[in-house]
Design a protein. Structure first.
Length: 119
């Protein structure tokens, strides 16, 4: 993915991923309720995302549609995290994640199944 989205832009995208195609006004209402943002802040972020090619705008009613799938952004952000914080090592990432809390037998089994499916 060539588009870099910042945290605030990801919040705008999150509304579209959850709600689907919707008017910019609705995006602004959701973000006002969740984060206390004013409408101008949200509209500025929507326009930035449009300029970056992450959102498409259509009329009437300033309808917004995400052009980038959530999974694509998650993968790019995960890769960036692994490369930036864990020197590109997935092993180091998993060790850090798994050492943070005790896992249940069910969680361990689920992780084992995921690893088996990937092998």
């Amino acid at each position: 993915m060539d588009i870099k989205l910042f945290d605030a832009e990801l919040k705008v995208m999150g509304v579209l991923w959850n709600e689907g195609v919707c008017p910019a006004r609705h995006v602004a209402e959701v973000l006002k309720d969740e984060y206390g943002w004013n409408i101008n802040t949200t509209y500025t972020l929507i326009k930035r995302c449009i300029k970056k090619g992450a959102i498409e705008r259509s009329e009437p009613n300033f309808m917004c549609r995400a052009l980038i799938p959530k999974e694509e952004v998650q993968e790019a952000e995960t890769n960036e995290l692994i490369n930036k914080i864990y020197d590109g090592s997935v092993d180091k990432l998993f060790t850090a994640l798994l050492s943070r809390k005790k896992l249940s037998a069910e969680q361990i089994e689920k992780l084992n199944q995921i690893v088996k499916e990937m092998a």
